[in-house]
Design a protein around this ligand. Sequence first.
Ligand SMILES: [Zn+2]
Length: 178
Amino acid sequence: MGRRASFDTSRLALFVHETAELNAAAGAARLLFVTEGALRRTDSELEALLAHELGHHRGLHPIATTIVWWLALPGELLAHIFAALRRLGGRLSPRLPALTPILAVVLVIWQLCVMWLYYVGKVLMQRTARVSEFVADGAAVQWGYGAELLALYRTLPDDARCGPYGPPGTASIGSSAF
Ligand SMILES: [Zn+2]
């Protein structure tokens, strides 16, 4: 597979996640994660899955994902502050009903003035993930794994391609994420 992809796979550090779930991920610094569930697949399915992950490495997707994740961190912090303000408002309102409309206005102003950063970060992360999956699939097809990858995808439930897998900075494939 490494020859077909012109990729030195000896430089990869492979980690096996002990779960029956089908999944794999490409991480920064040449990390490659794969689940025991993936290792139980046929050789052709496993190769196709790993070719997809090599596609992530070739496209430097783990690095791009890490950068986007860091860029989105301020928005995540703001979302936590917003949640704390809502909880505070919920606790104060029964004791100080006169404050309720003021707190509501403060929360609306917070949403309008600050939270756009959170939503922009979310959209950026989702867009990056979506584009990187198509690029990784394209690389696997280019290396001759298209039919095997399609066969693997067809074994998965319809709602399989959603949600993150692996730590921040990973691009993934599998039953809960691709
Ligand atoms: Zn992927």
